[in-house]
Design a protein around this ligand. Sequence first.
Ligand code: ADP
Ligand code: NI
Length: 218
Amino acid sequence: MYTSEEIIEKTKDFVKITLENAEGGHDWFHIERVYKNALLISKKENVDLFIVSLGALLHDIADSKFHNGDESIGPQKARAFLLDINVDSEAIEHVVKIIENISFKGGNVSQNFSSAELDVVQDADRLDALGAIGIARTFNYGGFKNRKLYDPSIEPDLNMNKEAYKASKAPTINHFYEKLLLLKNRMNTKTGTQIAIKRHNYMKSFLQQFYSEWNGEH
Ligand code: ADP
Ligand code: NI
């Protein structure tokens, strides 16, 4: 049997290798930031740090966006890896549930599982969608998908279901209204909310400046 520390180290190595060629917003550095955010939020929460750590490290091990929409690969990969290093089955099932339930998907999907550990990992992931990093990741993803930066004739769509959200080809600016600016009010924890508000305000001022420049103003 491995100690918890050894399991976490082995998981980091596994994630680094698996995400070696990942898109810039969903690579090992995203995972590392989410992991750090999760540990920070956990300081004020009553959670199992082992579960939080594994959930944060494995949450994007096979994001469905990069696997033809298949949502089962990530949980499967995580389960197989954790089984392989003899993690106990209760912990494995909890981590798998976190991976299955973390994603935004347009926000109009009801979650069928809840735990304090999921709340922390979800907040940690959401924080990395906000602020300066959030802006950088969003334009990187838009570029990866060959999206327009902005098109004033295409309005944001706030009523997308999960399928429409995933299939959207809208300009990247629309993603701010369809997801990023909604996150502040959906945070689960107090620490997460406090950080989210700061990052939210930063994005609002970015958008203001963006439109000024778009319109040939200062
Ligand atoms: P989901 O929104 O499906 O839960 P993620 O949490 O993996 O997806 O999204 C992570 C980040 O990827 C987003 O915060 C954003 O920066 C980028 N991203 C995802 N979908 C889009 C999109 N349609 N347009 C621009 N960026 C996107
Ligand atoms: Ni993520």
